[in-house]
Write a protein that binds this ligand. Structure first.
Ligand SMILES: [Zn+2]
Length: 434
């Protein structure tokens, strides 16, 4: 381990440079820009060092087009003898810049006083990608005799569901031979993220009958029906959800109960476009729709989650004779949580203790990330998120990553590789010549 730690320290500037290079390729999603460029950049770095690199386009995946092809990179470094495969997966896409920046979002300045690098994607998650690359390079240099293989993937579209990225690779069987996966999302260097809550997005529509707004008694207002739905939600559904607590260590703590957000509401005539100076038409609304975002716990069952909503609509119907509604599923993800006894968790906890001198904290993410595809499509449970950075900074203006956090997490990643790929210096010293 000491040899490896020295290797990482000597690569501090290389880590800064690599992070800057990755962030300066503006892989904005939407629409999905420069995906091939970033894959080719990583290939150009790793291939000359003996990594077998493949650029894989997710043909036909949602979002894939000739204008914005969904490119992914998978790189593999073979060890000196057979053993396990440890795979680092990072998404290479970043979200839009947004307002409020005081730094150049793609200039990627290293503020030496703060020892931070600023830019869109530094924290979520090119800093983690860079740390995993440096960790793997330093590990291979310190321990060329390692067993098994190290893989690094840079994948598309995590920010929009991951269908052109990890989901596609999993469908192609790219995780079939993999033993352990670490996803360097920004969960902080001393935390192991075991998984995430479940998601159900649905559209609820109430239906009425159109009529002239001066004679509303001739129609049936879908908006008033929706008002009754919202009232029933306040009266019974939110109180019910707040009683549901999970044993999952979700952060922040507010997310340890079931939650429901109403993402949008719309009823009646379409909203006026900018520049339209006409007056609205006086109609009774015959349709009203809301989109709900329900996050559920590992203790809950998706069918039960859906039944709570249909039962609530039934209660509204019982009091409103003309009430009609429909529920349409939009998106669903089952909760995922890796056992603490899983080898990748044990190895990471031991490496955190060794490198940082603290006990690892175990967390679960309130929202989902690509672990869902590795779990459900790839059928691999030995998977965690572990990486540098402060989660709250993701998607924010003036996003940054701390250089020391990246260095420390690269050391932990190397410690994980040592434990899983047959390199343990203490064991070797003890069994060596006396
Ligand atoms: Zn991310």
């Amino acid at each position: 381990m000491t040899e490896f730690l020295t290797q990482i320290d000597s690569r501090r500037n290389a880590l800064i440079q690599l992070t800057q290079d990755l962030v300066r390729i503006p892989t904005l999603n939407p629409p999905g820009r420069h995906y091939r460029d970033i894959c080719a950049f990583i290939e150009a770095r790793l291939a000359p060092q003996g990594w077998r690199c493949e650029l894989i386009r997710a043909h036909g995946a949602p979002g894939d087009s000739e204008a914005y092809p969904r490119w992914n990179l998978v790189a593999r470094l073979e060890g000196a003898r057979p053993g396990q495969t440890v795979h680092f997966n990072s998404h290479h896409d970043v979200v839009e810049v947004g307002h409020g920046w005081t730094r150049d979002p793609f200039g990627c300045e290293h503020d030496t006083a703060e020892d931070r690098i600023y830019g869109r994607g530094t924290c979520d998650m090119k800093g983690g990608l860079a740390a995993s690359i440096i960790a793997a390079e330093a590990f291979a240099a310190a321990h060329p005799e390692f067993a098994g293989g190290i893989e690094i993937s840079a994948t598309a579209d995590e920010e929009s569901g991951g269908y052109g990225g990890v989901a596609y690779l999993a469908e192609q069987g790219r995780f079939a031979h993999v033993d352990a996966v670490l996803i360097p999302e920004p969960l902080h260097k001393d935390r192991i993220c075991l998984g995430h809550r479940g998601v159900w997005w649905a559209e609820i529509e109430t239906q009425g009958r159109i009529a002239h707004g001066s004679m509303p008694f001739l129609g049936d207002s879908a908006i008033r029906h929706m008002g009754a739905v919202l009232e029933e939600m306040e009266r019974t559904l939110w109180p019910l959800l707040s009683t549901k607590h999970t044993a999952m260590p979700v952060i922040p703590e507010g997310a340890r109960t079931s939650t429901l957000n109403i993402n949008s509401i719309h009823g009646g005539e379409a909203e006026r476009q900018a520049g339209d100076t006409g007056l609205p038409a006086p109609n009774v609304a015959d349709r009203c729709r809301i989109v709900i975002d329900r996050r559920f716990l590992i203790e809950e069952d998706l069918a039960e989650v859906k039944r709570e909503v249909t039962a609530m609509l039934e209660r509204v119907r019982a009091e409103r004779p003309s009430f009609r509604s429909e529920v349409r599923d939009l998106f669903e993800v089952i909760p995922s949580m890796t056992e603490k006894s899983a080898p990748v968790v044990q190895a990471t906890a031991a490496a955190i203790a060794e490198v940082l001198g603290v006990e690892a904290a175990y967390v679960v993410s309130p929202g989902t990330y690509d672990q869902k595809h590795i779990d459900r499509i790839g059928k691999l449970k030995n998977c965690i998120a572990y990486g540098p950075g402060v989660l709250d900074l993701a998607h924010q203006p003036d996003e940054w990553i701390g250089v020391q956090d990246m260095v420390d997490s690269a050391k932990v990643m190397g410690g994980v590789l040592g434990r899983l790929l047959g390199v343990d210096e203490r064991a070797r010293l003890m069994s060596g010549p006396r």
